[in-house]
Design a protein around this ligand. Structure first.
Ligand code: NDP
Ligand code: GDR
Length: 329
């Protein structure tokens, strides 16, 4: 029997990789897409004939019930969120609604419409926030440092609560940072890879950044969506940390990216207070031994390979646009 999956956040980075993974496994894939004045299909345009998009919004319970009813899913992956930490200080209420309350809306839609469907919640290492212990694992206490992190803690616990209250198969993946050429342009890895490509091609002269000392545990999104799927294939619903168990500073990221194109980052990077956050998560380093042991999951792409992949991709993308005569802004 063909398995059916509903993915929220399908237009985002992870949604597109997860859709590709599930299609490769023979799933019928449905994606929830909210209405925007101009549809942005950059990440899933190449899949348009293979997936079915259903209009809906995490803030609108009725639309979620309709989406669950139409897709009749075996598995529901909740990847939708206001996911940019910096924006969560500018739009704390909207972030709480989408990233926090949206999880309850979707859990309710599943509970009322198809309670036997397996449910994945995209939890985040941002829930650990202030460093209470390292490496961070499933039992490390949460101390979020942004409105986004606070909303994710709510989403995490409501998922656990639905599992315990209604015996739903609901899992929470506590994923550390994961990146790719499909990463949104405002996140630090993509901001750097895009800027390095532009500087190399003579289209930009400097890169303005915030805190270069923060440390992150960065992996490749293509590896991480495999862990999401594996969680829903287990006999018992559970929560897992997914990480590389390596940490690097933003400065190391910048260094690898500039060195890759033969440039010295110190000649181009300017620290600008506009990009420094009101409260910072100083150090993320995940212990993913539970996922290794129980899911048999391992990352494949290293940090250095990831950074080079992103720089090469942005160089190719910008070059392609220059050849086509697209105005680069
Ligand atoms: P993106 O920001 O790339 O994608 C977010 C998606 O959510 C987009 O498809 C967006 O749609 C959709 N969305 C936002 N608000 C709503 C809403 N109200 N209703 C319906 N859809 C909505 O995120 P990623 O792919 O990077 O991350 C996927 C999930 O994993 C997110 O929940 C994120 O918080 C979480 N996460 C990500 C990590 C990472 O390092 N990437 C690490 C840990 C957790 P639109 O295109 O219309 O904006
Ligand atoms: P993060 O990712 O906040 O960890 O959340 P982001 O790439 O935005 O920041 C990582 C670190 O880099 C520092 N930094 C800058 N960040 C940005 N965006 N722009 C800059 O110019 C800059 N300069 C320094 C930040 O201060 C921070 O320390 C991501 C998101 O995908 C979340 O949705 C997800 O839950 C977590 O990862 C795990």
């Amino acid at each position: 029997m063909t398995k059916r999956a509903l993915i929220t956040g399908i237009t985002g980075q992870d949604g597109s990789y997860l859709a590709e993974l599930l299609l490769s496994k023979g799933y019928k894939v449905f994606g929830l897409r909210r209405r925007t004045s101009i549809p942005i299909m950059d990440n899933i345009g190449h899949l348009k004939n293979e997936i079915e998009l259903i209009e809906g919004d995490l803030l609108d319970l009725g639309s979620l019930m309709r989406a669950v009813s139409i897709s009749d899913p075996d598995e529901v992956y909740n990847l939708a969120a206001q996911s940019f930490v910096a924006t969560s200080w500018v739009q704390p209420v909207a972030t709480a609604q989408a990233t926090g309350m949206g999880v309850t809306n979707l859990l309710e839609a599943v509970r009322l419409t198809k309670p036997e469907a397996r449910f994945y919640q995209a939890s985040s290492s941002e829930m650990f926030g202030k460093v209470l212990a390292t490496p961070q694992k499933e039992t490390t206490p949460f101390y979020p440092r942004s409105p986004y992190g606070v909303a994710k803690v709510y989403g995490h616990w409501i998922t656990v609560n639905y599992r315990e209250s209604y015996n739903m198969f609901a899992c929470s993946g506590i994923l550390f940072n994961h990146e790719s050429p499909r990463r949104g342009i405002e996140f630090v890895t993509r901001k750097v890879s895009d800027a390095v490509a532009r500087i190399k091609l003579g289209l930009q002269t400097e890169l303005r950044m915030g805190n270069l000392d923060a440390k992150r545990d960065w992996g490749f999104a293509g590896d991480y969506v495999k862990a999401m799927w594996l969680m829903l294939q287990q006999d018992k619903a559970d929560d897992f940390v997914i990480s590389t168990a390596e940490t690097h500073t933003i400065e190391e990221l910048v260094d690898i990216a500039f060195t890759h194109v033969g440039l010295d980052w110190k000649d181009y990077v300017v620290v600008d207070q506009r990009f420094v956050r009101p409260a910072e998560v100083d150090l993320l380093l995940g212990d993913c031994s539970k996922a290794k042991e129980k899911l048999g999951w391992e990352r494949e792409v290293t940090f250095e390979q990831l950074v080079k992949m992103m720089v090469d991709s942005d160089l190719a993308l910008i070059n392609e646009n220059l050849i086509k005569g697209v105005k680069i802004v």
